[in-house]
Design a binder for this molecule. Structure first.
Ligand code: SF4
Length: 129
């Protein structure tokens, strides 16, 4: 994985690591980038990751075979590369849950070989509304 920053123009990235939401201005500088507007070094780490290998968690829903709960909410138990979100969402769209899973149960292990599991985030299947 090449994590070198290649920038051609300045970009502003809003840091979402904490509620301060600093607006970090990233400018091309030499072989990398310079940063301003951050209040702590976690902002630099976040902006660097956003410029090189942005990661995201995915929260969505998955279909089930149960008429009382035709869909159930799920999320990844870690972050995956932003560029793979669509692939993972598509894979989840093809899953049909046929077990009464509860919160925390694994819906899909190592989804799309990302090293991340998708877990159930609701008890709706064990306690239908
Ligand atoms: S730069 Fe630091 S203070 Fe600002 S939002 Fe990011 S984590 Fe919070």
């Amino acid at each position: 994985m090449n994590d070198t920053i290649h920038m051609e123009q300045a970009v502003e990235i809003v840091c979402i690591v904490c509620p301060n939401g600093c607006r970090i201005l990233c400018k091309p500088s030499g072989d990398g980038a310079s940063f301003s507007g951050y209040r702590c070094k976690r902002g630099i780490e976040y902006a660097t990751a956003e410029l090189t290998r942005p990661m995201r968690s995915l929260t969505t829903s998955v279909k089930t075979v149960f008429p009382d709960s035709p869909v159930v909410s799920v999320r990844t138990d870690g972050e995956i590369e932003k560029s793979r979100i669509r692939e993972v969402a598509f894979a989840l769209g093809r899953i049909m849950i046929d077990r009464r899973l509860k919160t925390g149960d694994v819906v899909a292990e190592n989804i799309c070989n990302t090293g991340v599991n998708v877990i159930c985030t609701s008890d709706r299947l064990v306690h239908p509304y």
